[in-house]
Design a protein around this ligand. Sequence first.
Ligand SMILES: [Zn+2]
Length: 218
Amino acid sequence: MRIIFLGPPGVGKGTQADFIAQSYGIPKLSTGDLLRESVAKETVLGKEAKGYMNRGELVPDTVVIGLVEEKLRSPDCQKGFLLDGFPRTVTQADRLSNYLTSRGEDLDRAVYFSLEKDEIVRRISGRRSCPECKAVYHIESIPPKQEGVCDVCGKSLVQRNDDKPETIESRLAVYQEQTAPLIEYYKAKNILGELDGAGLVSAVQDRLVALLASPRVE
Ligand SMILES: [Zn+2]
């Protein structure tokens, strides 16, 4: 099964990706993880990526695509994979498509997680993170036992800059401009499935399993 998850930040893709990867026995690939891994392993691309990151610059498309392709060649991706948050642009999607075609493969599904903007803002702005152990909480849905304190290590929780209301607006604007066109892109390839991201994690999970089990629209 070769799947990609699309959708705005805060829609719950990451949580569902962990679940699907585990239940289908396929690796979950996110560009953030791939970047960290390649930098830690000091691969050629990892060293290149690190240069950009050290200068505070965005890692360019060519490097990100290279990392994804490198990973897809590895033995643990032979049975399939789940890409979470990649491709982010139509350019990346074209490159991925060409790469898979060159191997005689294709994506099985592109799942688009949809959610109303107010709910996205509510979900993201309620996040609190532990600067020490990286545990993530939510003031409404996953509150720590003691307000503002990490259950795991006892450090004070913080709101990451990415999760502040003013940053959410700009993240959503970038998504709308760069990534939202992928919905039409995959619809045209007849592999798009739309998933309502509202409600409890378990309800979304049930809908997702049903969607992946249903035949593709041809
Ligand atoms: Zn902690």
